[in-house]
Design a protein around this ligand. Sequence first.
Ligand SMILES: [Zn+2]
Length: 307
Amino acid sequence: MDKREHWFNEGAPLFRRALEQLGLADRLPTTEDRYYACPCCLIAYPFEAIESQVLTIEHVPPDALGGKGMLLTCKRCNNDAGRHFDAHAIKRAEVHNLLLGRQTNRPVRAVFLADGISVRGEVQSSGAGWFMQGVPRRNDPAMLDAHERALREASERGEAPQFNFELAERFSPQHADVSWIRSAYLAAFSALGWRYILRPALDPIRELLKSDSLPELPLVIGFNPTADSGSRSVMIVREPENLSSVHVAIGQYSVFLPDPWGIMSLQELAESISGMRNEEGGVSAMLSGQLASWPKKPMYLLDRAIP
Ligand SMILES: [Zn+2]
């Protein structure tokens, strides 16, 4: 059976049970286990959405950031996130890779200056060195000629030309952060299931994902430059109590999401984290709780725990 069909059939009865428990089952058109909601927009789709490719496999984190197919989301949410958020996260990751001397997967836009004459181009990193290239279609041919002449004349004079470059890749750090928060939310859903994400405490996360304006971000995301980019974890944090949460770490990014019991709201978590900042703006905390294994498919741990 197709993986998507399998995931649909496994998740549909658990979705119905979670709705029943919340007193919301009458919102489904029939009493059969034939509906599965996209965890981002919470629109419930019938099985036909598998055949018509409306429910598709989503990678967490995005494919271009090393993710693997983990769960079903609707095509519209998947495409919207790619355009509004993931594109920014991917550009930011490439700029980081370049600056850290790691290999880049795609070119990063840059401006090259020779004796003050600028040319638009691209930089890539092999991990061992940088490779720079002007991009003719982004430049006035006269400027390209003048730039080359400046470099040539300097070397003819036996001088090192005045050459430098600036990275010109444009991304929005807020939108890049939303991409990571979204990945964390999807991983938490895959690990814990419907009973977790249907809590009203998770509404602010879904609101964030809808937004195509510049979102106002609660301070629930952190960056740890020394973390291994392949590390992954989902933890239900019990202590410290003012960080009661679901903590998701994906490589260098870590995100605190509301806990499954309704102790801390997203806003309260953000305030706790803010209050723990040291002079450099960093936060370090010893977290303890229950570690769930990183989901390779939807696991629904909380849905399955209750008969
Ligand atoms: Zn959706």
